[in-house]
Design a protein around this ligand. Sequence first.
Ligand code: NAD
Length: 437
Amino acid sequence: MRVAMIGSGYVGLVSGACFADFGHVVTCVDKDPAKIEALTRGDIPIFEPGLDDLVATNVKEGRLSFATDLTEAVRSADAVFIAVGTPSRRGDGHADLSYVYQAARDIAKVMDGYTVIVTKSTVPVGTGDEVERIVRETRPDADFAVVSNPEFLREGAAIADFKRPDRIVIGTDDERARRVMAEVYRPLYLNQAPILYTGRRTAELTKYAANAFLATKITFINEIADLCEKVGANVQEVARGIGLDNRIGGKFLHAGPGYGGSCFPKDTLALIKTAQDAGSPMRIVETVAAVNDQRKRAMARKVIAACGGSVRGKTVAVLGLTFKPNTDDMREAPALSIITALQDGGAKIRAYDPEGMEQAQSLLEHVTYCDNAYDCVEGADALVIVTEWNAFRALDLDRVKGQMKAPVVVDLRNIYRADEMARRGFLYVSVGRPDGA
Ligand code: NAD
């Protein structure tokens, strides 16, 4: 099969490289010339474990190439995937679909022969209808189908998720398109990945329902954590106690600083808008978004309280900036709000992240970036662990204490034990656990 991938970001590049690895011939297109130049040179513009090897192998074997112009790739393609961004529209929280519609127009102008246009971007219900309308308007003669195939991969584990998905959702009523999609994903049938064929609108909504549900699960356990702190219970044990129930499941039950990232915040907002517009408001998701928003600032207040009520003139060391480990993605990372709130309170910030500092530099001001965790805590009045990178899980705690001005640790990911930290002489605060846990 020949595949064109329009948009070569976190989703497009991973999906394109994986399809090439299945044996398809793939061109990843991006309008950003710097990205395509880097990829052509063999540099990967994002951090995603394993992606550099996967791209290099498939380029070498002639199955994966890159372009800024989509003409050649689209003309020869059996399937053209749209994997461009759908950020929140400024002001109202609706998904900004301008990149998707532009891609649809660009594809329509050059497509040749029967073409399956597949929306992989996360798009609100009804977007497929509009893409179809745009393509038909641009090219009334065209022979095509528009399919919804939302992507469920997680950054940091994207290749494994793409190659061994829990399920593949394909939304189309067009029998020819269904056959093309079956061929594109055929290598995964052999792994027995369940493929769910649905209507297009159902597929579009399934993606939002999944993300909103996961965001709700995280927010639920975060509120249980707050309650644990008030009543002297341990949220990790509560999470295990409920997670062992198969109806609930143990994943996404880690209390922390609130969800962030490029998907949950924008997708919950977009679902809320869609639901309001449809006259069927989703009050649970509305509450989840509001609770999560407040939580990030609440985490800054937790740090301020641990510092004795004020951080004015104090130095706070922040370990971990990205919204989760194993990515360089800083979009909507809780660290952004937490750091800004601490700076508003008068703190000076030192920070270290294994992969996120380059992106962070364009989003935060007046932060001193450090070379490693020990450099970061030097002279600090408090240490805040915001992201649970493996490198932070087994720090030499005596060295950390020796370098800090005051031994205050706020662990927003519960990666250390309170009794151990107390024994080593730290004033230790975590999330939803009693002091001795
Ligand atoms: P991204 O910002 O990393 O990448 C989007 C890319 O599209 C950019 O490189 C941009 O230059 C390019 N682009 C925009 N318009 C273009 C056009 N007309 N022609 C060619 N290239 C164009 O975004 P992402 O994180 O990969 O997300 C893409 C979509 O996938 C979003 O809808 C997102 O919600 C969804 N998604 C993301 C994830 C994730 O973990 N990042 C997971 C599942 C779904």
